[in-house]
Design a protein around this ligand. Structure first.
Ligand code: BGC
Ligand code: CA
Length: 295
């Protein structure tokens, strides 16, 4: 039985809390409230304690730490680099028209590239895409037939990418070529009939922890896809999860308060539990090249 606690410590509840990520260099948790454009940070001890919030002028799908110490947000229809105080330093727009679309979930691969996908507000089938942003700011389309891009994570060896286009009600596994950042060999890893897979994370043993939107649960699957654990969260719209804390042993779970679910107790809050697993460290986006003297 995995014991769960709603976070105290004045962590603000969100409309659509999403994208928890442990920033090891700053020893803090980052997450977003997508429609509000908020990027929040908190320290983690026995509980989460809110540290700061910066607000962007557009919806923010995800935020990730960078090697430079700054942040990279997938926000609106652009990649936005910003300082910790919220000052935008660089914007890389997505190619082509992005009407009716916005960035949704994003993660950094083990080599420091960003994978980020869009979603269709109207859930128009196949109108969104999955992109890769390389350190040199080149944008490559990895998939152009997506509806709601979600759920990115890599196996411990980096050779498998787990991905969810939520309305398909599946988590798909791909072979991930770490040298080129390309995907191939799509196959179904886990399927759901009572909700849709949203954010996910992978632990050190290769177990995949999936936030299943609409079910009030995070469900864990071993690397063969067999069910391994269930965390009952409470609010039905469970949006994402990530291992956090100095020992990467705290599973932080985000929830949303959208539509009728907004009246559920604690909807939009963050939850934590210690499920007896250890997360993989998050690689920061390689926004700067280390220049070695004499290089
Ligand atoms: C999106 C929501 C969507 C949910 C379930 C989230 O990642 O931001 O808008 O309702 O996934 O598909
Ligand atoms: Ca999501």
């Amino acid at each position: 039985m995995i014991k769960l606690s709603a976070t105290r410590g004045f962590v603000p509840p969100g409309q659509l809390s999403e994208g928890p990520v442990w920033d090891r260099a700053h020893q803090e948790l980052l997450w977003v409230d997508i429609p509000a454009g908020h990027i929040h940070s908190a320290t983690i001890g026995p509980d989460l304690v809110h540290r700061a919030t910066v607000t962007l002028d557009r919806p923010v799908g995800a935020v990730l730490p960078c090697v430079s110490g700054g942040l990279l947000a997938a926000a609106g229809d652009a990649f936005v680099f910003l300082d910790r105080d919220g000052t935008v330093t660089e914007t890389v727009p997505l190619p082509g028209p992005q009407d009716g679309l916005r960035f949704n979930d994003a993660k950094v691969d083990p080599r420091g590239r960003l994978l980020a996908g869009t979603m269709s507000y109207a859930e128009e089938t196949g109108s969104a895409a999955l992109y890769r942003l390389d350190p040199d700011r080149t944008v490559t389309t990895l998939r152009a037939d997506v509806t709601i891009s979600n759920g990115l994570g890599w196996s411990p060896d980096g050779g498998t990418l787990y991905y969810a286009d939520s309305p398909t009600q599946r988590v798909t596994a791909y072979d991930y070529d770490l040298d080129t950042g390309t995907i191939s060999g799509a196959r179904t890893f886990a399927a759901f009939d009572d909700g849709v897979p949203d954010g996910l994370c992978v632990d050190r043993d290769g177990t995949v922890w999936v936030a299943v939107w609409g079910t009030g649960q995070v469900r864990a699957f071993d690397p063969t896809g067999r069910a391994a654990a269930v965390v009952n969260v409470g609010p039905s719209q469970v949006s994402s999860c990530a291992f956090a804390g100095p020992d990467l042993d705290v599973l932080v779970i985000t929830t949303a308060a959208q539509g009728p679910a907004a009246s559920e107790p604690n909807a939009g809050r963050l939850f934590t539990c210690v499920p007896g697993a250890t997360g993989l460290p998050v690689t920061p986006f390689a926004d700067t090249r280390l220049v070695i003297a004499g290089d």
